[in-house]
Design a protein around this ligand. Sequence first.
Ligand code: ATP
Ligand code: LTN
Length: 331
Amino acid sequence: MERMLSAIKPTGQLTLGNYIGALKNFVKYQDDYELYVFVANLHCITVFQEPSELKKNLKDAIALYLAAGLNPDKCTIFLQTDVKEHAELGYIMACNTYMGELNRMTQFKEKMQKKETALTAGLYTYPCLMAADILLYDADYVPVGEDQKQHVELTRDIAIRFNNRYGETFTLPQALVAKVGKRIMSLNDPTKKMSKSEGNDKGCIYLLDDLNVARKKIMSAVTDSYNELKIDHEKQPGLYNLFEIYSSLSGIDPKELLLKHKGQGYGEFKKAVADCVVDELAKLQERYRQIVDSSIVEDVLQNGAQKAQAVARKKLNKVERKIGINIHKRS
Ligand code: ATP
Ligand code: LTN
């Protein structure tokens, strides 16, 4: 079975973008791949997080993984810091990555251009840690939203360089970007990604939002003045985004949805989208509530860490041997 790995970094509450672009796909993939999914808590702290909030977000993320349908009998679910090998390989990867490569990473470049202050060294080198996350497990595929594709490509470049320098060590990973829902946009600015770290609460539906609040956010989503339902990314980006959300959640092709709602006003269409979103959130939240205060989360993490660590340790031993930093006889 081919291997697949992915992660989410809960720097806040998980969003509908994370659900559609990542979580929902993970659930599908667990039947066909040997799947490793983790919560990237080391990646979270590249930007300051209030400790008690971070703790809650991490636990919620695991509970939401499970509520969304990830099954610990089918896949390995763990917390990044429970497998210390990530941090060590991350450092080794940083020693095999050029600053020129990191300077080209769009996410970092955008932050530089916005003249954000207090950009940490951790944020700058974070693609190296992400490369380690992926290469430790010899993942063949990495399902991610579009914004992360460049990081997976960098991982591949680092792996090729390492294999050339030290001999065959890592499997070359490939990013998997879903066709529909790869980039869910903000509801009040459809030119921007729906994001939990932009502080734009009106444009962003959180998976644990009150259902009425979620409905209101859809109902007040920015559209356009054409007043005609169409799927036109260029001219009607707000509407396009609503079609993406609706289609990803219902599993119905956008064109079919257009036929179904043809002739309706925007208000009526938005109501149908809101019903669909609220329905999905209600089911998810119900399962989340059953999980979050039980011992399930702890049990899942303990088992997951054990399984993941066995794989990661073996790979890291090999890496240490290859680069010559380990002088012990036993490993
Ligand atoms: P932020 O929301 O803070 O900008 P992020 O979404 O990039 O951060 P993660 O929470 O780690 O960071 O994202 C987890 C996965 O969800 C990634 O594969 C990412 O591409 C995907 N994802 C996040 N937001 C969206 C979105 N709006 N549309 C589609 N996929 C998304
Ligand atoms: N960088 C990703 C989260 C992430 C990840 C990974 C995704 C960390 N390690 C490994 C896939 C594979 C993000 O910010 N969304």
